[in-house]
Design a protein around this ligand. Structure first.
Ligand code: SF4
Length: 225
């Protein structure tokens, strides 16, 4: 962790503000179940009504890249997930992602879908949220991100209601998302009955992967507990 002044730290090109680094099981996405080091960056410009990481909106500590890489290495896991908050809100995040890829990790990035992903290293699996109307942040979707997606990436919808489901189904069809990458439908915790969402997907033959957040099932909590 940095001991320099906040002004000097903010000016350095190789530092990021982090809320936490920890080892847990990946709770969602294609890498679900793998031991994963989570690097949680501080700050997010969105305010989704279901957000479970509001503690990452403020605070945190400045870390330089070498300290982050040393801490990640200490856990000895192959998978690293850079998350937030909204990690891309700190522009130097793309450099950290590149450094993690260079070290040989399987790197994923969880991003809100509200910030341009074009500068992110293509070795990173970008897990891009598309915010539904029920999130309260639908107007923040940056639709120009969608043509940048590859088969290595994933798109995630957090479904808050039947109306959200219908909206998301329409986006998947109109944007032909399932032809590009994995599309994940996840019920908003305590807002949609998971079995109801599963039934809707099966009944409509929607080409998406249903998923529950493993860490909520195991620990009823965040991945890091
Ligand atoms: S984008 Fe993510 S971190 Fe930001 S408010 Fe929404 S759920 Fe929370």
């Amino acid at each position: 962790m940095s001991t320099v002044s906040p002004e000097a730290a903010a000016a350095s090109p190789e530092r990021l503000r982090l809320t936490e680094i920890f080892l847990s099981l990946q709770g969602e996405s294609r890498s679900i179940g793998w031991p994963t080091v989570f690097v949680r960056l501080t700050g997010c410009p969105l305010r989704c009504q279901y957000c479970d990481t509001a503690y990452a909106f403020h605070g945190g500590q400045w870390w330089d890249f070498d300290a982050i890489l040393d801490e990640v290495a200490r856990y000895g896991a192959r998978h690293v997930c850079v998350t937030g908050g909204e990690p891309l809100a700190q522009k130097r995040c793309v450099e950290l992602l590149r450094r993690l890829c260079d070290e040989g990790y399987e790197v994923s990035l969880e991003t809100s879908g509200a910030i341009d992903i074009g500068a992110v290293d293509l070795r990173v699996s970008r897990v891009l949220d598309i915010k539904t109307p029920g999130s309260g942040e639908v107007e923040r979707n940056l639709w120009s991100n969608l043509p940048l997606l590859t088969a290595h990436d994933q798109v995630k919808f957090v479904i808050c209601s039947r109306e959200d489901y219908e909206w998301a189904k329409g986006v998947v069809a109109s944007q032909r998302l399932a032809e590009t990458c994995d599309v994940l439908f996840s019920p908003s915790f305590s807002q949609v009955d998971p079995s109801a969402l599963a039934d809707w997907i099966v009944a409509d033959r929607v080409p998406v992967r249903f998923q529950l957040q493993l860490h909520k099932i195991l620990w009823n909590d965040e991945p890091g507990r």
